[in-house]
Design a protein around this ligand. Structure first.
Ligand SMILES: [Zn+2]
Length: 235
């Protein structure tokens, strides 16, 4: 296997291209699964956030109701006292106290109405978030299942592709393989490129005539003097 064979090298490159494609697709699967899982998590977290907001507002409403109730009890107490006082100025003082507490109650009730409106909004937000997850979850889960299946298929594809690459490498001479492997690392694939219009298909720079002549002959491995890729002429 010392004779240079462009055909066998191109077979290797084509098989390597397929192997790399499968490997790339396989590598992307966990990332795609993670992206779907992140969407599920985001939708769940939106529900939790909305629920926490809603419950927080309910708690605030309860606090306000307690405050209103104790203020009303205060008024009752003042009114009872009013029935017992004899002096007019004491009576007036209590009337003033009652008015003050009533003003406070008015403010608290106003605040309570505001909270109730916000509770309605928060409830709606919670229900929307819940509906969204409910609508999407089976789609999300289906997508994850499909991705995992795809991953399993790709694993088999990668194995097959790797085996075909090994077979193709067996057909290529060692020195050629060494050059091929070095180019595959840097500058990377494609390793073999066609010369088109006297230009290298890899770096697109002009190829000197002697290189083009050598490549056309296909007797030996020919590389681009600029990027180092293996060059050939398409027939
Ligand atoms: Zn080049």
């Amino acid at each position: 296997m010392s004779a240079f064979s462009l055909g066998k090298l191109l077979v290797l490159q084509e098989r390597d291209r397929k192997r790399l494609l499968f490997e790339q697709q396989l590598k992307a699967v966990p990332q795609e699964v993670a992206a779907v899982e992140a969407r599920i998590a985001a939708e769940k977290s939106a529900i939790e956030t909305a629920k926490a907001e809603w419950h927080g507002l309910e708690a605030k409403k309860k606090t306000l109701e307690t405050e209103i109730k104790s203020a009303e009890e205060k008024i009752d107490k003042y009114k009872n006292q009013q029935m017992q006082v004899r002096k007019n100025d004491e009576y007036q003082a209590l009337t003033h106290e009652i008015a003050t507490v009533q003003a406070v109650i008015g403010k608290l009730e106003e605040e309570e109405i505001g909270i109730m409106l916000r509770i309605d909004e928060a409830k709606a937000k919670f229900k929307t978030a819940e509906a969204e997850l409910k609508n999407n979850i089976s789609g999300h889960e289906g997508k994850i299942r499909a991705l995992r299946e795809r991953g399993a298929h790709l694993e088999a594809d990668v194995k097959d592709a790797q085996a075909t690459v090994v077979a193709a490498r067996g057909e290529v001479a060692e020195p050629t393989l060494r050059v091929y492997d070095r180019i595959a690392i840097k500058p990377g694939h494609p390793v073999c490129v066609a010369i088109v219009g006297a230009k290298c298909g890899g770096c697109h720079l002009k190829v000197p005539t002697h290189i083009e002549v050598q490549a056309r002959a296909e007797h030996e491995l020919t590389t681009c003097d600029q990027c180092g890729r293996i060059v050939f002429l398409e027939k």
